[in-house]
Ligand binder design. Structure first.
Ligand code: TRP
Length: 468
């Protein structure tokens, strides 16, 4: 992926030469690969658990449909039309002077990407630790209280927490240093479907647990009394986070899309698959939560306490456990590499740094932020802003503030500033199964969402959620 980001230098969108994804399948695989990660399997269940289950899921689906898909299309339009990455695409479209204001999207994306990298690495570090434990002592015979204590002891122990975070960051560093080449992408293309299959097997397993009914009711039956402005804001933040939206990641990716890729279809498929994986994770987690007497609103620790209780009771649980956590770490790696690449691309292209130096700077920043997040479960747990620990604060500021604001600017830009002709031609290109009239309706609907629905919705949810 990084290679492709690097290829963006090649300038003019229409002459992108070799820096393109070869097939439509490849385009979908890479975009879904960026979207699917800890956001679906770790973040969605705990956000849903805290936000009332069904009510959160419903809001999340609405947000994905009315805000998520249109903004994904908007990022795709900007990226494919300019063939440039987020920090320079706007300047290319509206000139140096006006481009500066829109460049704020790039700046906030930059900040969001390192904040996310910080807390994401901590969670990815936990997955490594859990993979190693699953391979060694295993999780058999542990009850809910044991697992709760185990997680608490691991995350609060400064050496273990920081050690595993650094272990993950070193892997991330090694991949980035080599230039991402095709290796990691190809590996992800094989491993992501495998993760999907394992998740499907776990779903079946969870559906046979005694707590299935209660778990599924919690996930699918909306309790409207649970809906507060803060829950709506979280559901919107989750949609942005999970779709990798709002910081220009998808602008960069789509600059390598061939012209024959239908953007609306790709956006819908990405959103659909991304939601499916999140719902599957919910179907795995919630029946187990009720079966093993765990706490739905446990926050970031939820998945790490619930999954081991499932493996513990499955035949061959040890193998399942190792496989699952390793695949999750792998899925995280494809996400962190793409996040890191945002600042690396900025440092190399706009600041003239060598790639080697840029990767070092990225690693240094990620290390400082990652260590702070890792320690926030233990010795600096008392450092709080508005009652949020450093870890929670980074997640909140990035997912619920910077990503939605970035998304709002992107949708206003495509809805109001970019010429309608460009929007229309990008959206229509590559579509073969729809009549002109049908596509006309689709284009109008998306433009309407980008002009009115998404910006207004984001603004209201954002303000109401923050003052709640
Ligand atoms: N979407 C990824 C996940 O769900 C995380 C991610 C990757 C991301 N790149 C991003 C989030 C860019 C926001 C912006 O795990």
């Amino acid at each position: 992926m990084a290679q492709r980001n690097g290829g963006g230098k090649r300038g003019d969108g229409k002459m992108r030469g070799g820096g393109q994804f070869a097939t439509r399948m490849g385009v979908v695989a890479v975009t879904v690969g960026s979207a699917v990660g800890l956001g679906n399997i770790w973040r969605f269940p705990f956000e849903a658990g805290a936000g009332g289950g069904g009510a959160f899921l419903l809001l999340n689906v609405i947000m994905v449909l009315v805000v998520g898909v249109p903004v994904v299309c908007a990022e795709f339009i900007i990226g494919r039309h300019t063939g440039a990455s987020a920090t320079s695409a706007f300047r290319k479209l509206v000139g140096e002077r006006r481009g500066r204001i829109w460049g704020l999207v790039g700046a906030s994306g930059l900040l969001a990407s390192v904040l996310i990298l910080g807390f994401y690495s901590v969670v990815a570090g936990w997955t490594l630790e859990y993979a190693v434990t699953a391979a060694g002592e295993g999780f058999g015979g542990k009850n809910a209280a044991d697992l709760h204590e185990r997680f608490g002891a691991m995350s609060a122990d400064p050496l273990r927490a920081v050690g595993w975070t650094l272990a993950f960051l070193v892997i991330n560093y090694a991949v980035l240093r080599r230039g991402v080449e095709k290796g990691i992408e190809r590996m992800a293309n094989v491993l992501m479907p495998l993760l999907f299959l394992i998740l499907a097997a776990f779903c079946v397993n969870s559906l046979l647990l005694p707590g299935t009914g209660e778990g599924l009711r919690f996930l699918f039956e909306p309790d409207f009394s649970k809906i507060t402005p803060r829950v709506v804001l979280s559901a919107m933040g989750q949609a942005f986070f999970s779709l990798s939206l709002g910081l220009g990641c998808l602008i960069t990716y789509s600059s390598y899309f061939p012209k024959n890729v239908p953007l609306v279809r790709t956006a819908s498929m990405t959103a659909g698959l991304d939601l499916l994986v999140a719902v599957m994770a919910g179907v795995v987690i919630f029946p187990a939560v009720f079966t093993f007497g765990q706490e739905v609103a446990a926050g970031p620790r939820l998945v790490f306490e619930v999954l081991p209780s499932i493996f513990g009771g499955m035949p061959g649980g040890r193998v399942w456990g190792v496989l699952f956590f390793l695949l999750l770490a792998m899925a995280s790696l494809t996400s962190t590499v793409s996040m890191s690449e945002i600042s690396i691309a900025w440092l190399t292209r706009e600041k003239g740094m060598s790639r080697r130096k840029a990767v070092n700077v990225n690693m240094a920043v990620a290390t400082v932020l990652g260590v702070m997040c890792a320690l926030s479960f233990g010795c600096i747990n008392g450092w709080r802003v508005c009652d949020l620990t450093v870890f929670e604060l980074f997640d909140f500021v990035a997912s619920n503030v910077l990503l939605p604001l970035g998304g709002m600017m992107i949708s206003v830009f495509v809805g109001w500033v970019l010429s309608r002709g460009v929007v229309r031609s990008e959206l229509i290109q590559g579509t073969v199964h729809r009549s002109g009239k049908q596509m006309g309706c689709v284009v109008s609907a998306i433009v309407f969402c980008l002009r009115w629905v998404a910006p207004v919705c984001i603004a209201i949810v954002f303000v109401a959620g923050l003052i709640d």
